[in-house]
Write a protein that binds this ligand. Sequence first.
Ligand code: AR6
Length: 338
Amino acid sequence: MSAPVQLSSIPTIAELYKDGQLRPASPKPTDASLPSPSSLCNSRVSLIRASITTLATTSIVNAANNSLLGGGGVDGAIHSAAGSSLYEECKTLNGCETGSAKITTAHALPSKYIIHAVGPIYYRARSESPDRPAELLGSCYRTSLDLAAEKGGSVAFSCLSTGIYGYPKAEAAQVALTEVRRWLEEEEEAQRGDGGRLERVIFCLFDANDIEAYQEWVPKIFPPTDDDLPPKEQATEATATTDQAPAASTDTTTTESSAEKLKPDAEDIDKDWEPVEKPSETASEKTTDISEEGEQVEAPDLGGSDGEKIEKPETKDVLDEAAATGKVLPQSSLEKDW
Ligand code: AR6
């Protein structure tokens, strides 16, 4: 088990802009519905690439299923790191509805609480209506933030629904970031100068596709203030062109995408660590559905190129793929890459 990652070592969005690890959206978004820069928000929100089981935040948010009794993916990683007493506590909760969340203590984990949020199975929610996946996912984030705020301190979110449940990563990032921004602003408004009840909201990213999605959407939903930008960026932002690298690096000597750049070498993969989640694919690449408890079931044929069928991977396949592509990362110190 890696050393717990303390809140003080997790950079805020403002710091990531300042270091040049996040860069403004380019070209500048013209969508008037996108929020304007807020130094308050940018200093209360963080990104980190890590296993959420290593974070010493007040709360962490698990991507659970309706039973709340564990499963694969981040849920499996949390249950195995927290110990069997977590399962015993979860049994007392009587499950949870999709779009909602319940809280337990964190047992052997370095955090204090675990918020178990049940995100939507993407294809299933979308078969109800096109807006249903975002409604349910948004509701997970809001309920989790409300629960986290009761405990105060900091909360770290895993990328709910974007693994086994097949929610497209970029769409999910947009929903997650929008809900958090809205919630923080409403909270500021309600507290009126009293400071928020949540010191920090952290997006805990795990695979390269999570990073790509957040690099695309953070600059649109948490755009930098002038003060956030290094002086060089302040001067050039107005003339930025689309051939700029999207984010994550000030290294102009390379043209590789930032997700590639953040990819660890194959030998960095911790052989002792068993990821239980397959690195993300687009939902349309997936072939088999799983039930809300994580078992494989036949997905209905929705027709069309994005009839999301999702596959629960075998751990061995995951490890083989991780070794080959470096897409799944060990839980050690990846926060340094941001
Ligand atoms: N730390 C942080 N993020 C992780 C970790 C980790 N250790 N492991 C995976 N992720 P998933 P879902 C990321 O599949 O789509 C379970 O069986 C992963 O890269 O864990 O909501 C449950 O019991 C992805 O971005 O959750 C449910 O049945 C994100 O976590 C079902 O899966 C979510 O992927 C829930 O599916």
